[in-house]
Design a binder for this molecule. Structure first.
Ligand code: 13P
Length: 291
């Protein structure tokens, strides 16, 4: 049998449908430049797996979506398997459109801060624009904790089953990020995933579901969530903190003589190591289901 995680698909939409059905999950890593992009692809090559790289809006805005899309096109020559490019957490419909125009494979329109009807409206606009380019659209409902998101009770952040259904049926996104208790970044305590809510959502909609806040989720929870309908997991903080920590050490050692490519040659294996560690946690066959 071919490697189960390097399977080729006609499109990213087909990949996610198959992944949800067969209880597999595509690991998606937030990257910021050419260096961590290379480290993620090196890790995916070493693990012989498809992978997704994602740019947050500040990265896409600073470098332009065309620049990042061009870098990913270039790095694909050195990739053994598929490398998909995604725009992460865009609250702007216009930025989603710019990324689609620039050749991104996938965009997220994050309307989780809006009312349900406004979220549906924004998602519809992006879905319509993405359609002709065959670009995948991720929507979000409920809230991911951490950073600036403050929640008083579970009702503040947990995705409501009826809301997920309404967003899916009325706006038609391909995949849906759901607030089920995870948090962006490192948190003082291990985030408690509401598996009961995940189960209800997965029963209500057939869409592949997305788990955000991948840094700090115990491996067993990741693997359990994958068996319950999570087909994409977002992992960011552990990548950029590793990048910054080892870059800082290298600069401190080299002082004024610090030269980016020499420094990065030593930093990249450190990033690759943590990415490979996360790929191993995600690419676990928890089921005997084979397509
Ligand atoms: P972490 O930074 O917690 O890994 O989460 C990343 C994420 O969810 C990006 O959308």
């Amino acid at each position: 049998m071919n490697n189960y995680f390097s399977q080729q698909f006609a499109s990213l939409k087909e990949l996610f449908k198959a992944y949800r059905q067969s209880q597999r999950c595509l690991a998606a890593f937030n990257v910021n430049d050419n260096y961590d992009l290379k480290a993620v692809v090196d890790a995916a090559n070493a693990q012989n797996t498809n992978v997704m790289v994602m740019t947050y809006p500040p990265v896409a805005e600073l470098l332009t979506p065309y620049t990042f899309s061009g870098m990913v096109k270039g790095i694909r020559y050195n990739a053994k398997n598929n490398v998909y490019l995604h725009l992460d957490h865009s609250t702007s419909v216009d930025l989603c459109k710019a990324a689609i125009d620039a050749g991104y494979d996938s965009v997220m329109i994050d309307g989780s801060h809006l009312s349900l009807s406004e979220n549906i409206k924004a998602t519809i606009e992006v879905v319509k624009y993405a359609e002709s380019a065959n670009v995948l659209v991720e929507a979000e409902i409920g809230k991911i904790l951490g950073r600036d998101v403050v929640a008083k009770s579970a009702d503040d952040y947990l995705a409501g089953v009826a809301d997920v259904k309404a967003l899916y049926e009325q706006a038609g996104p391909d995949i849906i990020a759901v607030g089920i208790g995870t948090a962006h970044g490192y948190t003082p305590e291990v985030p408690k995933i509401h598996f009961d809510r995940l189960e209800q959502i997965a029963q209500a909609v057939s869409a592949p579901l997305v788990l955000h806040g991948g840094t700090g989720i115990p491996d067993a929870d990741i693997q359990k969530a994958i068996t319950m309908g999570i087909a994409k997991i977002n992992i960011g903080t552990v990548v950029h903190t590793t990048y910054m920590k080892h870059t800082r050490t290298g600069i401190n050692e080299a002082g004024d003589a610090a030269y980016p490519p020499y420094l990065m040659k030593r930093v990249l294996p450190k990033i690759q190591e943590v990415v490979e560690d996360r790929l191993k946690a995600v690419n676990v066959l928890t089921t005997a289901k084979v397509l």
